[in-house]
Write a protein that binds this ligand. Sequence first.
Ligand SMILES: Nc1ncnc2c1ncn2[C@@H]1O[C@H](COP(=O)(O)OP(=O)(O)O)[C@@H](O)[C@H]1O
Ligand SMILES: [Mg+2]
Length: 163
Amino acid sequence: MIANDTVTLATADDTREFGVRLASVLQPGDLVVLTGPLGAGKTTLVQGIGAGLGVRGAVVSPTFVIARVHRGQLPLVHVDAYRLRSLVEVDDLDLDVDAADAVTVVEWGSGLVEQLRDARLEITIERAADSDERRVSLTAHGGDWAQRLTALRSASGALSPEW
Ligand SMILES: Nc1ncnc2c1ncn2[C@@H]1O[C@H](COP(=O)(O)OP(=O)(O)O)[C@@H](O)[C@H]1O
Ligand SMILES: [Mg+2]
C-alpha cells in the first residue's frame, strides 16, 4: 500500500519541528529514506527526529563519517549513503547497535537501502527557487506506514494548509 502526503515548511525551524512530530510515530526497526539535493534540509529534518526521539549528542551532517549512532530510549542510526555504492557496504558498516532496536534514517539512500526492510517511509525534500520554503513529500511503502501517516496528519493540526 502506498500513501502520499505533502507538507510545506517555511523555515529550518519548521523542518526541525516537523521532524519532532514525525518522531512521535517512529518505532524500533523503522527505516526512513531521505531524498533531496545537497542543502535540501535532510540533515535538518534528522535533527528534529533526533530531538523528538530524545537522543543524546548533536545530529550533524555525517558526510565524512557515513554513519553515527545516537543513543537514547529509541536509538537513532543516522546514515549518509552519499559515498556508498552498494547495499553490501551499508550492511558492512558494522554499527554498534542492532538495527531492529533503532530507527535508521538514511540520507541519499534511495535506490540503495530499500532491500534492508520490508517496509519503509520515503521522504523527498524539494527547495523553492526563491525562498527558504521546502516541500516535503512522504510516501508509505508497506507495513503500517500509511496508518501512521494518517495518525501523524491528525496530530499535526494546522501545521500547514496543505497538510
Ligand atoms: N525550510 C527549511 N528547511 C530545512 N532547511 C532549511 C530551510 N530553510 C533554510 N534551510 C537551511 O538549509 C540548509 C539545509 O542543510 P542540510 O539540512 O544540511 O541539507 P542536506 O542534509 O539535505 O544537504 C541549512 O543550512 C538550513 O538552515
Ligand atoms: Mg545532509
